[in-house]
Design a protein around this ligand. Structure first.
Ligand SMILES: Nc1ncnc2c1ncn2[C@@H]1O[C@H](COP(=O)(O)OP(=O)(O)O)[C@@H](O)[C@H]1O
Ligand SMILES: O=C(O)C1=C[C@@H](OP(=O)(O)O)[C@@H](O)[C@H](O)C1
Ligand SMILES: [Mg+2]
Length: 171
């Protein structure tokens, strides 16, 4: 199987970036995050790209960033939470080892409700979360080869559960 050793998907704030770095350390491989790639390339924050150019442009940039990272990176790759909205991206994820980090809506509101860096949640976070998960849950499940629930677990515990689920050898 070519491509990353592990790809992480799931909603904003579920811990893809946090767990991704821990997982990479435990596995002794590199870590990459498509949101970071986008920020580096654009020289602006994700929020600025959303405000200046709109979500559609962001999604096009994101699609290219994901394609490139899947082709180039062989370690742990964390994707932005909305990457799976794109059908071509979902097709590229078929055949990859993909972990869906999941959480319920209340946990999501708790973790991200007050975080203005995430433009999709700027107004009425609980309602937005419900709508967002209703629209995306099946997409995350569709690309996942493993699902790891994060509610009530520390990032270290989530990392351990992911390692157990993946049956990958540690470094
Ligand atoms: N298992 C967890 N329990 C509690 N807080 C967490 C957990 N995982 C991540 N966080 C916190 O939630 C926030 C979002 O985490 P992050 O890794 O950036 O998520 P993502 O990349 O999925 O958007 C951070 O403040 C992080 O410290
Ligand atoms: O779910 C989404 O649509 C988004 C998730 C964010 O990444 P994280 O999932 O890493 O927070 C970021 O790409 C952007 O704010 C949009
Ligand atoms: Mg992230």
């Amino acid at each position: 199987m070519s491509g990353p050793l592990v790809v992480l998907v799931g909603p904003m704030g579920v811990g893809k970036s946090t767990v991704g770095q821990l997982l990479a350390e435990r596995l002794g491989v590199g870590y990459r995050d498509t949101d970071d790639d986008i920020v580096t390339e654009a020289g602006r924050s994700i929020a600025e790209i959303f405000v200046d150019e709109g979500e559609e442009t962001f999604r096009a940039v994101e699609k290219r960033a994901v394609r490139r990272a899947l082709a180039e990176h062989d370690g742990v790759l964390a994707l932005g939470g909305g990457s799976v909205l794109d059908a071509d991206t979902r097709a590229l994820l078929a055949g990859q080892r993909v972990v869906y980090l999941a959480m319920d809506v209340e946990e999501a509101v708790k973790r991200t409700g007050l975080n203005t860096a995430r433009p999709l949640l700027a107004v009425n976070p609980r309602k937005q979360w419900r709508e967002l998960m209703d629209a995306r849950r099946h997409l995350y499940e569709g690309v996942a080869t493993a699902v790891v629930t994060t509610d009530g677990r520390t990032p270290e515990e989530v990392t351990q559960v992911a390692l157990d689920a993946l049956e990958l050898k540690e470094a």
